[in-house]
Design a protein around this ligand. Sequence first.
Ligand code: AMP
Ligand code: MG
Length: 401
Amino acid sequence: MTLLYGDALEIIESRIAGIAEIERIRLSEAAGRVLAADLIAKTALPPADASAMDGFAFAFTPGVTRYRRMAGRSAAGHPFDGVVPPGHALRILTGAMMPPGTDTVATQESCTVTEDGIEVPASLSLGANRRLCGEDVRAGSVVLTKGTRLTAPALGLAAAAGFGEVTVARRLRVAVFSTGDELVEPGHPLPPGALNDANRPWLMAMLSGWGAEVTDLGILPDRAVSVRDSLAWAGERFDLIVTSGGVSMGDEDHVRHAVATLGGFHFEGLAIKPGKPVSLGWVGGAAFLGLPGNPVAGMITFLMIGRVLADRLSGAVPSREARIPAIAGFSHPRKPGRREWLRARLRTDGDHLVVECHPQQGSAMLSSMVWADGLVEIGEAAGPVAPGDPVTFLSLAEMLR
Ligand code: AMP
Ligand code: MG
């Protein structure tokens, strides 16, 4: 029986382990890396009570709107050296520490400044325009958990919490092969019956975008011995081998035989469209992902399976793409049984999100993949789709990171 997409995700989660090696690196070089340990905040955020606005700080007294102005001020990086007595207000700037004795800030624009004091709005409440020490992060609490990928926002939080260095998993080492005698390196002459190798550039781009260290191992010929030797060699040196082509059931599908000889399979083929022949296994010490040769089938399976696998191997908490509910603006004949992804675009129609599909859904049609800004996902149980039916949209931008 052919496994379902959900079975494949379960297999990845239960059988694939993350890289064990870790390294300590500077935060400035950690973009895209995966935390190998929780980060415990070295400081509270904010580190002290601070003003969120330019204005005047004072101790709030219910019903009192006039405060006597004090000499001096508290500015960012230059705290006020003293105590503000009750009934008094001190000039304060955004980000400055709240001086002892104060708990509330009236913004500059809301105050009337008189000769000897200020008048604050009657509507002001205790603690207005004040950021409390630790209201974002408490000192000693976990700010980022093990497995977090250091995106730009996460880097910002790590820096704010006091980390100049972080412990991360070693970068995932991935080898990429294309297979097929018909393939030619792009830019070289194209003999009759030949095809430019379209797969390695996008595969390498996606893997780099997901934080891996990628090695281009070129095109494997359709020869059992060279496929086996090359895979055996790579199996000793990489965490993951990704191939495209040679995994369907044709005469020249040497990749399957080589993997079966050198390692084994977790699954061979899934109930999905496109990308039915996609296979997951191992070769020596490396995980093995065999993608279908057709570029769009390869791309979609790599986004939907390869990305989860790369996250898992990297020790990252798996990315969960947003599944956006939308309405079909197309009809699509199909029988239940397979999970299907169609190249699509999202548009708004009044209050609705409507999905349009590209008319060419063939698995070698690369221009439709460039046209698309996402994929419509049709579940295994669904029958034909008619205009107006609820469907699920996945954004490509999110998956490509
Ligand atoms: P295969 O799985 O090897 O039978 O390949 C399926 C189809 O994808 C065939 O038409 C191949 O020519 C095509 N194909 C395989 N690899 C590539 C590639 N790297 N670039 C473009 N087309 C490919
Ligand atoms: Mg082939």
